[in-house]
Design a binder for this molecule. Sequence first.
Ligand code: PMV
Length: 344
Amino acid sequence: MKRTAVALAHPNIALSKYWGKRAGGGNVPAVPSLSVTLAGLATTTTVTFDDALAEDALVLNGAPAGGGPLARATELLGRVREAAGLRARALVVSTNDFPTASGLASSASGFAALAVAAVRAAGLDYPAERVADLARRSSASAARSLFGGFVELDGEVARPVAPPGQIPLEVLVCVTTEAPKAVSSRDGMALTAAESPYYAGWLETAPRLHAELRAALLAGDLETTCALAERSALAMHASAFAAGVVYVSGATLDALAAVRALRREGVIAYATMDAGPHLKCLVHARDAARATERLSRTPGVLRVIRAVAGGGARVLPSSPPGASDDEAARVVDAAGPLAEEPPR
Ligand code: PMV
């Protein structure tokens, strides 16, 4: 017997960052974080539980995948099988419509889409919070991609805090390399916790920055939200730096200088960086074209991807009748991430 489901999820960018895990296992972040889910870029994943399969199999962007990616998918599928009392192995086919080395965390949208599709295919009746918890165990930032707009992850719980239109924000992803990241976020966090003399400072600072950023966001204050996001990113990177974990490159710093030059000219533009050398510029939507033009001609910036806040993860019809991501993006998350799209 075969049971199949298709799901779509968008990547997210943390404004207040999570870096470090709580002791005791379970992949629980040490500090709260708040992100924006991005529209227009998506991972689409099909999960088919099939009694005829001997092992789980993963096809990532058209190519069979083994090793770490397959092991992590199998881990999540194992949890779903256990909860549903299923024994069948699964075929997972996952496609990103953005390049993997784009500077956007494909693990966030990837595990969010996988969790939604696996839960649906297994016939589990989980509310979104429970699916987010399943995704969090694989990649903590993935829990945030279950929801649209601005989303908080506090301990084990992910929850939406504001709709996509809360502030007029555009995110400009400045791609600075095509190479995969040198140190995974998992390893970078472990090294920071073990060896950075500033990790304790980060643990103390991050919750305060997060609370201030959350309050600014809820007050609709774009500039303070973005300024605190830059603070959070720099504090995270400073703590990692001191453990020898350096994600930024010369191009990242040149892009940061360009963002700051824009600011001196009166543009509301701030920067954030994750576990890689790409810089994301947080800019007022009215100045996004100008900032894109400036950043595009910054040496070391290969291209700029523009994005705005979007909806949460959701189930798609199993055989979409020519569904495009644009069509999918119009389905907002009002009905909840597990709501099935109406057939067109
Ligand atoms: O989702 P993870 O466990 O791979 O870690 C993500 C860490 C950052 O992207 C650097 C910060 C964040 O909160 O997303």
